[in-house]
Ligand binder design. Structure first.
Ligand SMILES: Nc1ncnc2c1ncn2[C@@H]1O[C@H](COP(=O)(O)OP(=O)(O)O)[C@@H](O)[C@H]1O
Ligand SMILES: [Mg+2]
Length: 490
């Protein structure tokens, strides 16, 4: 049983359009079915009423013509009754029988007319009419064996019943008329269904066309990675919304793709410059052009710088790749804030003393624990400290401080008394590869990735980073992070 429905079910579940179509057709068929049923039912009883009325008219007409002859019992009278009966039967297209008060047939119409004198008192309607009541009966006809409807009327003459006029009609005729109506109805239903199917097909297509378009675009992107397509959005409804979101998603993908390409171009460019410089220094050394030991030492020294720059750049690129999700990292370790501040300061102390910059650690965060990755957080603080030291002239000061600001939040501040940042640069310093004072910072060995990496690390820890700077007076970087403050056990 279920197997029969399976192909239909598959057709139905294959497309939204099919489901809509099916729903429409089902609803319309149901509605039309009810209307037809109701209409046929009312029409049938109306038809029967009509028929009874005309049967009564025929009987009344005939009665008026024969009521005088009915009591006469002469051959001439009987002939007159017979001819009137035939006339009325032909005119109205009914079968008509006239019966005496004893139930004997006086006259009968039709090709298989009952013989005069046949007693048909046994017919229920005749019996009732002889008792003075108009009666209706539906039963098989004596002559044709098919169902007929009979109506019998008593004929009154001067106060008593003088006979009975019975009018009959085959039920097949009623049914035939009803069938004709039914066929017309079925034709209307069929035509309506065809129109419904066409309209709902059109509606369903209109609804699902943008969906199939979108699916096609998505498939195209999935297959070829080509994100040059937008789907047309011409609607204000939910489907229009979907199209809009779809296009927004594509827009976002394009943006990311562009950023990725830009990043690769920048990275290659940054790698190319020192690599070519290394090439020419090595070439000069190999060709034996540098005989002077002092000069040769200088060459080798610059080679060392170039290689260091290269390795710094590679380290930063690797970090970015890691942060962009290329490598799995643990982000949920318990990190004691005081400890990582200490390590970060010790790490940059040699640089600070080399540049004669005073470095101080004013952290007051014993017992504060962050949730995250210690190495990465350390890295973020070191980046900020290194920048501060690099942009502060000899004699200046760089300070690290950290404290709990809100119940579950700490602030880490790295401030310096250095050059400060040009307001024009300020909005860009967190961008990848962005360097403020190109010439100077380049010689300082910066990659332009430090702040980008720092911001990414802080974001991964659900924190925020801000900067304030006054050119000529110094800069102040502030990191805010969620933290737990635990009581230190002594
Ligand atoms: N403490 C600071 N003082 C002045 N300028 C700074 C400071 N920190 C960052 N900058 C500016 O922001 C730019 C970007 O910093 P960063 O991303 O660390 O790159 P890099 O240090 O490699 O130049 C620097 O080139 C510099 O112009
Ligand atoms: Mg830096």
């Amino acid at each position: 049983m279920m197997r029969i429905f399976r192909p239909f079910y598959r057709w139905l579940s294959r497309s939204l359009a099919n489901q809509l179509l099916f729903t429409y057709v089902l609803l319309i068929t149901f509605a039309l079915g009810i209307v037809t049923f109701w209409a046929l039912y009312t029409m049938k009883s109306e038809k029967i009423d009509d028929l009874r009325n005309s049967m009564e008219v025929a009987a009344v007409h005939l009665a008026l013509e024969i009521d005088n002859d009915l009591g006469l019992d002469s051959e001439a009278a009987t002939r007159r009754i017979q001819s009137a009966t035939d006339r009325h039967a032909n005119r109205f297209n009914f079968g008509i029988t006239v019966v005496s008060t004893e139930g004997h047939v006086i006259a009968d119409s039709g090709p298989k007319a009952l013989h005069e004198g046949t007693n048909i008192r046994g017919d229920q309607e005749i019996n009732d009419a002889l008792a003075g009541i108009a009666a209706m009966n539906i039963r098989p006809s004596r002559r044709t064996q098919t169902n007929w409807m009979y109506v019998a009327y008593p004929v009154r003459s001067v106060g008593h019943t003088a006979g009975v006029i019975r009018v009959g009609v085959p039920l097949t005729e009623i049914n035939q008329r009803l069938n004709r109506d039914l066929i017309i109805f079925l034709e209307i239903i069929f035509a309506t269904l065809i129109i419904t199917v066409m309209i709902s097909l059109w509606l369903a297509r209109r609804l699902t066309k943008p969906l199939t378009d979108m699916t096609q675009s998505a498939r195209q992107i999935a297959k070829s990675g080509d994100i040059s397509v937008f789907v047309p959005v011409q609607r204000n409804d939910e489907i229009g919304d979907l199209g809009l979101s779809f296009n927004q998603m594509i827009g976002r993908l394009r943006e990311e793709e562009r950023a990725r390409q830009e990043f690769i171009a920048n990275a290659s460019h940054e790698l190319k410059t020192p690599t070519m410089a290394i090439g020419s220094v090595v070439e000069a050394l190999l060709s034996g052009a540098v005989e002077d030991p002092d000069l040769r030492y200088q060459f080798l020294h610059s080679l060392e710088n170039l290689v260091e720059r290269q390795s710094n750049l590679l380290k930063d690129l690797l970090d970015i790749a890691k942060l962009d999700g290329g490598v799995e990292m643990e982000w949920k370790n318990e990190v004691p804030l005081h400890e990582i501040c200490q390590i970060a300061v010790e790490q940059v102390r040699p640089q600070a003393s080399k540049r004669k910059v005073e470095l101080s650690n004013g952290t007051a965060v014993d017992g504060v624990v962050l949730s995250g990755n210690a190495i990465q957080l350390q890295r973020a603080i070191v980046n900020l400290l290194t920048n501060a030291i690099n942009h502060t002239p000899a004699g200046g000061a760089v300070t690290l401080s950290a404290s709990s600001v809100e119940p579950e939040r700490v602030e880490i501040i790295i401030s310096d008394t250095g050059s400060g940042i040009d307001p024009a640069d300020l909005p860009h310093i967190f961008d990848r590869f962005y360097r403020g004072d190109k010439a100077r910072t380049r010689t300082a060995g910066g990659t332009g990735l430090g702040l980008a990496i720092t911001r990414e690390i802080i974001a991964r820890h659900h924190g925020s980073i801000d900067v304030e700077s006054t050119p000529g007076q110094g800069s102040r970087f502030s990191i805010k992070l969620p933290a737990q403050v635990t009581v230190v056990a002594n």
